[in-house]
Design a protein around this ligand. Sequence first.
Ligand code: GLY
Ligand code: MN
Ligand code: MN
Length: 446
Amino acid sequence: MIADPSHLNHADDPSDHAERRAALAREIGASGIAVIAATPERNRNNDVDYPYRPNSDFRYLTGFGEPCAIAVIAPGREDGEYVLFCRERDPAAETWIGHRAGTEGAMARFGADQAFPIEEFDARIGDMLSTRKYLYMTQGIHPEFEQRLLARLNDLRSRGRHAAPPEHIISLNSVVHEMRLRKSPTELALMRQAASTSAAGHCAAMRAAEPGVYEYQLEATLHYIYGLDGMHWAYPTIVGAGANACVLHYVENASALADGDLVLIDSGAEYRGYAGDITRTFPANGRFTDTQREVYDIVLAANEAAIAACRAGAKANAPHQAALETLVDGLLELGFVTGDRESVIADERYKTFFMHGTSHWLGMDVHDVGAYKQDGEWRALEPGMVLTIEPGLYIPPGADGADPRYWGIGIRVEDDIVITDGAPEIMTSAVPKAPAAIEALMSENA
Ligand code: GLY
Ligand code: MN
Ligand code: MN
């Protein structure tokens, strides 16, 4: 059991955030200033909001988990380079809505050099901007706030020759996203924890599966395990039995498992802001059929080939290329496509059965940030980068080119990989993917 739950937004270690702000300050220099706001709460219905989760860039830099907060990082500023605007303490509001750090807590617990009530932002930001040449601000992350900040910049311009507003506006996104792409040892430890609980959830769901059980009951099994460890799901869980597995983002999870179905589960827990992302596919009744194995073994081989390609120095698309070649060879053997590997890849005929990529960066966002290409070229993988490996084959009923005995099979096998100086680290190996290991686990009663 984890003692430090992710839903307590104050659980982050403040020194990690201080290091990140210091790195950002070095990057933007003494003539720069960075301003970033927490995204607003979202309404679910009438008086009910969704549980609050700030935008990942804001959490990455501040560790502050409350809405209505704005961080300013102004390197070399005399009164302190980290200023946090936040909601002030308010006993009446806290009785109804929950605890607030207040400006005092922002300084004492979250490392702010200065903190002001959020209502003072508009009045104070002009002076902070006025001595800086470069304004780093988010783009498209909190549009309403971004417009407001630009309006304050215009106010400053209208002060005429007595003010010196920043001449250049630079996207903060790409600077912070490049930082987030390389995970620190602390971040990797959190991600291993997310991966471990995600794997435990998948194992529990496999043990709970049998014909007649509903997809949403397996979802509940996963989420129960996440909840026991103080975690929340990182994205809505997909449980697709039979042909539902061929719908890539199927989240209704409303059908019963039928004898003879394969079940695809794509689910991950979020631990202190970091996501796990695992997919496994297994037989509802605990035994793969020969037909299912024909397809499963191809996807598993593609997963393993792609993981083997996760090497420092390799291009970021090398895992996809390895998976694609294995999948296409398999499709040729099954007779779903004809011709040779090169032509099937060149004219993308495989896309009838494999229509998504093999990898995405993984981190605070499940589809994490960071450029895949630099100057139009695939970037090289580096130690500390984390990515998923998730090849799949999907053969919906009626699929052209596939013998009807394969119809309704959808398979994806997804792992979370850390690039190291040597062999790739598979953070999600605690949940089985070899058919015999899956069958052995499923024979253990839930
Ligand atoms: N769970 C989302 C994805 O695998 O990309
Ligand atoms: Mn994924
Ligand atoms: Mn996934």
